[in-house]
Design a protein around this ligand. Structure first.
Ligand SMILES: Nc1ncnc2c1ncn2[C@@H]1O[C@H](COP(=O)(O)OP(=O)(O)O)[C@@H](O)[C@H]1O
Ligand SMILES: CC(C)(COP(=O)(O)O)[C@@H](O)C(=O)NCCC(=O)O
Ligand SMILES: [K+]
Length: 261
């Protein structure tokens, strides 16, 4: 039994999933997420998950192909390279592919002026969105450290999009750069106009995030809006256009890319 290992290394967390051969898009046998500070737990969590996987087929569970979208820099790449070389994982180095933004892949054409400048997590999210909703003009918002909001046409062209500070970053920039504003925790959008500082900050940051998604939806005249990422549970309820909350759109895109290879 040979699994595909998908890894989405963002600027806050490393997410991973094991997909059995022929699995439905996004249907993982095991998955996990580790903050960078706790990322050292990743190799043992992966080894334990692999050992307990009992998908279809025979033989001991093993990792076949590995596809990694890393936007967290060279140090994280070096760390992942070292961990994936652990003998107990039995991963052959040539099986590891570092996913990159190409002019075209898995039915998506990348219309960025310089295609390789596009964050590879955004390209993967576009592939995932198009694979989930072919024939739709899509806006995909990935709400992580940064929030990215991108437009994909029904024929699979990634047009480009927006980058803004993520919800956590927006809120912490206020706390760090003002004398009187506290660090607020993420939460639900307060009703109406906020009558206290915490709610006013949350209200402002959520309105900025949700408003940008609404703006992109209108600009693209989209018929589908996908919201994903660690901050999606807070942002999605504040978005006034029809949308669906999809976990791990980047890994869904990696899965789609492997399936089309
Ligand atoms: N329990 C949590 N742990 C970490 N981040 C969280 C949590 N809950 C919400 N968040 C939000 O999700 C963001 C991380 O989401 P994620 O999609 O993993 O980001 P990235 O891909 O940039 O690593 C944080 O910046 C924060 O705004
Ligand atoms: C915008 C990003 C920082 C988002 O990263 P994340 O919040 O998922 O960690 C990443 O996609 C990136 O570094 N992009 C390169 C620039 C671009 O996409 O134009
Ligand atoms: K992001």
């Amino acid at each position: 039994m040979t699994y595909d290992l998908l890894i989405d290394a963002g600027n806050t967390r490393i997410k991973w999933a094991l997909a059995a051969p022929g699995a439905v898009l996004g249907d993982w046998d095991a998955h996990g997420a580790h903050m960078h500070a706790d990322a050292a737990d990743f190799p043992s969590a992966l080894a334990a998950a692999l050992a307990s996987c009992t998908g279809p087929g025979t033989g001991a569970p093993a990792v076949g192909r590995v596809l990694i979208a890393n936007v967290a820099g060279q140090a994280v790449r070096d760390m992942l390279t070292a961990w994936l070389a652990a003998p107990q994982l039995g991963i052959a180095q040539p099986a590891i592919e570092w996913f990159a933004s190409l002019p075209q892949r898995a039915g998506v054409r990348n219309a960025y002026r310089n295609p390789s400048q596009l964050g590879c997590d955004r390209f993967a999210a576009a592939i995932g969105a198009h694979a989930l909703c072919p024939d739709k003009d899509i806006v995909v918002a990935n709400c992580g450290t940064a929030t990215t909001i991108d437009a994909i046409t029904k024929d699979g062209t990634f047009l480009g999009g927006m980058i803004l500070p993520g919800l956590g970053l927006m809120a912490s920039s206020l706390a760090k750069n003002t004398a009187q504003l506290p660090q607020v925790k993420p939460g639900k959008l307060p009703e109406g106009f906020a009558n206290n500082t915490d709610d006013a900050i949350l209200s402002g940051c959520l309105a900025a995030q949700a408003g940008a998604i609404e703006r992109a939806f209108e600009l693209h005249q989209a018929t589908e809006c996908i919201i994903s990422g660690g901050a999606a549970p807070y942002i999605a309820p504040a978005v006034p256009v029809p949308h669906r909350h999809v976990d791990n759109i980047v890994m869904i895109g990696l899965h789609a890319a492997l399936r089309s290879a």
